[in-house]
Design a protein around this ligand. Structure first.
Ligand SMILES: *[C@@H]1O[C@H](CO)[C@@H](O)[C@H](O)[C@H]1NC(C)=O
Ligand SMILES: *[C@@H]1O[C@H](CO)[C@@H](O)[C@H](O)[C@H]1NC(C)=O
Ligand SMILES: *[C@@H]1O[C@H](CO)[C@@H](O)[C@H](O)[C@H]1NC(C)=O
Length: 351
């Protein structure tokens, strides 16, 4: 082997050494990073105990709603979570100031409720966004819960699917360009339900595009883009209960810039939340045929159609709710809660 071959070999060796050194350094940095995260977790746990002494309210998320996890202690600015600490760690049960129970996760068996004695002064908060017809065993909750949180406006913690907010200044709302007439997205198609029966009569007089399982596809990310092309959206609720007005109105219709045609609680009930000139109610018409005629009339009268958007100069819909936004309301409510309250018969109210 010549002198040159030896140098080349040495060079390769040196390069390999550098690469290995590099890898070791990277691994070392990674290890340190992981370790650091772990110790910052520990830190936050010790923090709980310190804060507890200074009266931090511990809010225990008893079950993740429908098993869906979401970030805790990260809340929108319109909620106030100062002085509260949210956790889903059940080992903190005994020191929790409140536990939040999502009804659908505990409704099939009492065994899903805490099995150890309730600490004195702990609030049990009942959370449900499903209507009474989809909420079994409400009696499990009798004489057990202290506060309610739901879409019902008279809940202790009112947590709706959406709401209207005032515009910062008066605005000229631009109606999205329309190329289609009526859309309806439906996930639970029950042939004998009110809404499907109504639709079957309506479609004899009016074309309706149906989205959902076994129908036209409506990817989550394209809701607004697809629906905004329609002049009207059928915001038909799956069951009729006071204040039960869901994302079908707030997100599918209003956020997309469609005029909602609603089937749900009374017109009066809707008018508690949205302006009377922002929607059509099936009860405004004696028959589905009359509703169809009116929609076709508006389709040919641009001025009259635009009237359904005048309220937009003052208000805009807010519907970007997720599990956090609901749970985040608990802190403030807890700080303002009555010193003592028990709900004796939940089913007498939630119906
Ligand atoms: C729950 O909290 C306990 C006590 O603070 C802690 O030891 C445990 O690791 C936590 N569990 C989880 C899953 O974070
Ligand atoms: C809205 O439109 C009207 C009439 O076209 C106009 O006079 C007014 O200045 C506009 N307002 C804003 C905030 O753009
Ligand atoms: C909550 O309700 C339970 C069950 O009725 C009751 O024992 C407890 O005192 C109530 N707690 C508060 C803080 O109101």
């Amino acid at each position: 082997m010549g002198h040159q071959g030896k140098t080349a070999k040495l060079k390769t060796f040196f390069m390999l050494f550098i690469v290995q050194l590099f890898l070791v350094i990277i691994l070392f940095l990674l290890y340190n990073h992981v370790n650091h995260s772990a110790s910052s977790n520990e830190f936050s746990y010790t923090n709980i105990h310190q804060e507890q002494a200074s009266h931090t309210k511990i809010i225990l998320v008893w079950t993740w709603p429908f098993g869906t996890k979401f970030p805790l202690n990260k809340c929108p600015s319109y909620t106030d979570i100062s002085g509260c600490f949210y956790t889903a760690n059940r080992t903190l049960y005994s020191s929790a100031d409140a536990i939040v129970m999502h009804h659908r996760n505990v409704m099939y068996s009492r065994k899903q409720l805490p099995q150890i004695a309730r600490p004195p002064n702990q609030y049990w908060i009942w959370f449900n966004l499903e209507p009474p017809s989809y909420s079994s065993n409400l009696h499990f909750m009798d004489n057990l819960i202290n506060l309610t949180m739901s879409y019902r406006a008279d809940s202790d913690i009112f947590s709706p699917y959406g709401w209207l907010e005032p515009n910062q200044r008066e605005e000229n709302f631009t109606i999205p360009p329309k190329t289609k007439l009526v859309a309806w997205a439906i996930s639970k198609w029950k042939p004998h339900s009110n809404r499907v029966r109504y639709y079957k009569k309506l479609k004899k007089f009016l074309p309706v595009d149906i989205y959902g399982r076994q129908h036209l596809s409506l990817p989550r990310k394209e809701y607004e883009k697809i629906l905004s092309k329609y002049k009207f959206y059928l915001a038909f609720e799956n069951s009729i209960h006071e204040d039960y007005i869901t994302e079908k109105l707030w997100k599918n219709a209003l956020k997309s810039g469609c005029v909602p045609v609603v089937l749900g609680p009374s017109r009066e009930n809707y008018e508690r939340f949205i302006p009377k000139d922002s929607f059509l109610h099936v009860d405004d018409f004696s028959t589905p045929e009359e509703l169809a005629k009116y929609i076709l009339k508006l389709d040919n009268d641009e001025k009259a159609y635009q009237q359904y958007f005048t309220w937009r100069s003052r208000l805009h819909p807010f519907a970007d709710t997720n599990w956090q936004t609901h749970y985040c309301r608990v802190c403030k409510a807890l700080k303002e809660a009555p010193a003592h309250k028990t709900i004796s018969k939940l089913g007498a109210w939630y119906k």
